[in-house]
Design a protein around this ligand. Structure first.
Ligand code: MTE
Ligand code: MO
Length: 379
């Protein structure tokens, strides 16, 4: 999967990195509807894209379980063994909107190697599969009491500091309390899981940063402690701004799990000239992790002084684990450059920090402040 081949298969994807291939959903495809077209769902890879023969594939489950086991895709897809579920789930990379943190990056002269994602490292699909909880119970006789984390290992490999690793992350076992929270999925929007999204099997960890939803999932380990894989132990960490860059060691950051509430204006785009008759139409997405959903979206056409609430009729339906797309027309009198921003309240009454600098992370993950764009208003 090079950028050239992807360009042919997915015309219009926004280029982020050549290798490993990383691409962002084109803006128009983001607003197409509640579900993102598989062809345009963003792609985030740490290494290559493995070729897996579904018939020969086996999922290994071991570690702190009563009965380690190997399951073929046929076993997993047998509804008599495991009842299947479908769920509408938003996957959001915690790098979404990182470009705003990069623009305000207070570091001095050091090289930034993080991918500069914009507002399109997010997408929503209906996944079909079986809850991991059910598989552990029915096939492995359940977890041992000391199991506190499940490690999800992918068949892809990547280099870090001269070593080769398999993609490995973990989620706390308490994430499996509700049936749909960790899904072993083989279908995306009614189609077999596309190769680049993890064929034949991926984890879909609802409400949690995209990084835990391991693609090309081939091994599950129940553990006492979180995975020691570098992606789990050394990446996707939150270091608050107060900690200072020099103190940002893994030990004093925390592992990012649930995504906070966040939103983005997708239409129009930053720096556009808008010719209008006193009101401007705006559209975008709003999402919250941890099983929360966006309740209220508010938009301000004057940088955050006056806010207008989006009508519930102008938001797509609620799901436990998915975004809501919204649209609104806001009155604008001003001529020239205006700052338009959006903020969302979720079902736990959380809202977004006011500015990027209000919630700074030295690891440049989770940009969840009110999204601000500049428009040139011609009234
Ligand atoms: N799984 C494997 N095996 N390898 C990866 O590089 N990237 C993760 C996650 N699962 C990754 C992975 C990250 S950081 C994200 S945001 C999501 O996959 C993206 O899923 P997508 O490419 O299907 O959109
Ligand atoms: Mo990610």
């Amino acid at each position: 999967f090079s950028w050239e081949t992807v360009q042919k298969e997915k015309p219009g994807m926004i280029h982020v990195l050549d290798f490993p291939y990383n691409g962002e959903t084109p803006r128009a495809a983001l607003l197409e509807g509640k579900l993102t077209d598989n062809m345009y769902h963003f792609v985030r890879n740490h290494g290559g894209v493995p070729d897996i023969d579904e018939d020969a594939f086996e999922l290994e489950i071991g570690g702190l379980v009563n009965q380690p086991i190997k399951l073929s895709m046929k076993d997993l897809k047998d509804p008599n063994k495991f009842p299947q579920i479908t769920a509408t789930v938003t996957l959001q990379c915690s790098g979404t909107r990182r470009i705003e943190q990069i623009q305000e990056y207070p570091g001095e002269g050091d090289e930034l190697i993080q991918a500069p994602w914009g507002e399109g490292a997010i997408g929503t699909a209906v996944y079909r599969g079986v809850p991991l909880k059910t598989v552990l119970k029915r096939a492995c006789g359940g977890l041992l009491p000391e199991a506190k984390h499940v490690e999800l290992i992918g068949a892809d490999t990547y280099f870090k500091k001269g070593n080769v690793y398999n993609y490995a992350v973990s989620v706390p076992t308490r994430k499996m309390r509700m049936k749909e929270e960790v899904i072993l999925a083989w279908e995306m929007n009614g189609e077999p899981l596309p190769k680049i999204h993890g064929f034949p099997l991926r984890a879909v960890v609802t409400g949690i940063i995209g990084a835990r939803s391991t693609k090309w999932l081939y091994k599950i380990n129940a553990l006492e402690e979180p995975s020691l894989g570098p992606v789990q132990a050394q990446e996707y960490i939150y270091f608050t701004s107060q900690i200072g860059k020099q103190n940002a060691k893994y030990s004093n950051g925390f592992s990012i799990q649930n995504m906070p509430v966040s939103s983005a204006i997708i239409f129009p785009q930053d720096k556009e000239v808008i010719i209008h008759d006193g009101s401007i139409e705006l559209r975008g997405w709003a999402y919250s992790g941890g099983g929360n959903w966006p309740e209220r979206v508010e938009v301000s056409p004057d940088g955050g002084h006056v806010w207008y609430a989006v009508d519930q009729d102008n938001m797509t339906e609620k799901h436990y684990h998915a975004w809501r797309l919204w649209k609104i027309s806001v009155p604008v009198d001003a001529e020239g450059w205006i700052e338009v921003c959006v903020r969302t309240w979720d079902s736990s009454c959380n809202t977004e920090p006011t500015f990027v600098r209000s919630a700074w992370n030295w690891d440049l993950h989770v940009t969840s402040s009110a999204h601000r764009i500049k428009l040139y208003s011609v009234n």
